[in-house]
Design a protein around this ligand. Structure first.
Ligand code: SUG
Length: 440
């Protein structure tokens, strides 16, 4: 089984809408100019780098934005141009919500369980409903359609529907999911959550908790995970209130290794004890205390939103955002991780600033999917990274993306048309068929 990092290709409307309450980067950068072309190219460079380390790499497409379908469902009618013009005039906020390129953070696209861990030995994928944020909830339908197109072979892949209901089963995908495994032990799945609609728990006071316990439990059932090896830790309410809206802002695990901030989970010591029991001596972890790495620095520079990658020689490398290099506490912490006795041998710093300014680091930009060779061969779409695919995608970005985007540019009726033209061409490059509403 090999891990493939399915990175989200940044969409043509990448902008700073200030849309995500509780995500400090999003609210801080709201209204600033963005650089969609540069953002997409930064993402492609990250894919090149990770692939160059010998790690599996693939790509997921952006979504049509502004979402004319959503605007029509909200009562704006007429031609595409009339829909945009009316929304711009009467409900600028709705236009901003329906124009976000947030699908680029594919950690939130779905939760995935590899075939090795599931009772029916199929790979299970559930698109996240992203109920908590309107601009993200509108991603689920297209994500479902894209995943069905890529993982079409039902004998090997189970692509479930997004979880139903209102906020009760609010699900943010793999951003709250960690799979840990050690030699001689079956994998353990952590499915974290921040609130419960029905249980009386102490939650955050300042910012919204996005994922519910009930959603995490439903994912474990759907994915047929071993109940003995599935844990449901609560996100620390103080962590959420400090800006850690997803678990992956303050914790990241890979294979036998977990690194976390002490404010990642409500009961981190208890969780680490249980993990040691279930995974044995091969399990290693490193906890940053508030004294070593204040949570505000972790939220600003994202050391835990690194990709921890297993290299072909079995060692691990961390791909961290450059902001960590520039933040002394974060840099020192990552240096300690490399120095201590654990599988991590190196840290690489990458520039994904365009994404970071909206609260998305390297780990947010990728969905981890573990595939056997047969499963990989069963994927017919042209989504696996290669230098040739890189060249096609980079040329496609240069042809279709605007260089700069200001808030008022979202009101330009031509933008929707440009995006549809670009995405239509992209589905050809990626051999996805018709996955978008405007293609049907
Ligand atoms: O959902 N930002 C995303 C960032 C998601 C990060 N993902 C993970 N941690 N896995 C969010 O808050 C900002 C959009 C804007 O304000 O324009 C945004 O949606």
């Amino acid at each position: 089984m090999r891990e493939y990092n399915f990175d989200g290709l940044v969409g043509p409307t990448h902008n700073y809408g200030g849309l995500s309450v509780g995500n400090l980067a999003s609210t801080t950068h709201g209204g600033q100019a963005s650089y969609p072309r540069e953002a997409a190219l930064q993402g492609l460079e990250k894919m090149r780098f990770v692939s160059g380390l010998g790690v599996g790499q693939a790509v997921l497409p952006p979504q049509p934005r502004p979402s004319l379908k959503t605007l029509r469902l909200l009562g704006f009618s007429g031609t595409d141009e009339e829909v945009i013009t009316r929304a711009a005039r009467e409900a600028e906020h709705l236009l901003r919500l329906t124009s976000s390129a947030a699908a680029m953070w594919t950690a939130n696209a779905a939760t995935v369980a590899p075939s090795e861990d599931t009772a029916d030995k199929r790979l299970h994928l559930t698109p996240a409903n992203l109920q908590q944020m309107f601009h993200r909830a509108i991603e689920a339908e297209t994500t479902h359609s894209v995943l069905r197109a890529i993982f079409a072979d039902e004998a090997r892949f189970a692509v479930h529907a997004p979880l139903p209901g209102g906020g009760h089963f609010a699900d943010e995908g793999a951003a709250n999911h960690t799979r840990l495994v050690t030699p001689g032990h079956a994998a353990v799945h952590l499915l974290a959550w921040g609130r419960s609609p029905w249980k009386d728990i102490v939650g955050p006071k300042r910012f919204p908790a996005r994922q519910t316990l009930e959603a995490s439990q439903a994912l474990a059932r759907l994915h047929q995970l071993d109940p003995e090896r599935t844990l449901f830790p609560q996100q620390h309410p103080e962590g959420i209130d400090s800006g850690a809206f997803h678990t992956d802002v303050v914790a990241v695990g890979n294979g036998s290794f977990l690194m976390l901030h002490e404010l990642a989970f409500a009961d981190a010591p208890g969780l680490l004890r249980t993990l040691r029991e279930k995974l044995g001596e091969g399990f290693t972890s490193i906890t940053a205390t508030e004294a070593e790495l204040p949570v505000k620095d972790a939220v600003k520079s994202y050391p835990f939103n690194s990709q921890v990658l297993t290299l072909p020689d079995g060692g691990m490398a961390i791909v961290a955002p450059v902001e960590c290099q520039e933040t002394e506490t974060a840099r020192r912490f990552l240096e300690r991780v490399v120095a201590e006795n654990n599988p991590v041998k190196r840290v690489h710093y990458l520039d994904v600033r365009q994404s970071m300014n909206n609260g998305g680091g390297p780990a947010c930009l990728r969905q981890r999917i573990w595939l056997t060779e047969e499963e990989r061969a069963a994927v017919k779409a042209n989504v696996f990274y290669s230098p040739a695919l890189h060249e096609s995608l980079a040329a496609w970005v240069r042809k279709h993306y605007r260089e700069t985007m200001y808030a008022k540019d979202l009101q330009d009726p031509k933008l929707a048309r440009e995006t549809m033209t670009a995405l239509d061409e992209l589905t050809g490059i990626l051999q996805l068929g018709s996955v978008y509403d405007f293609q049907r």
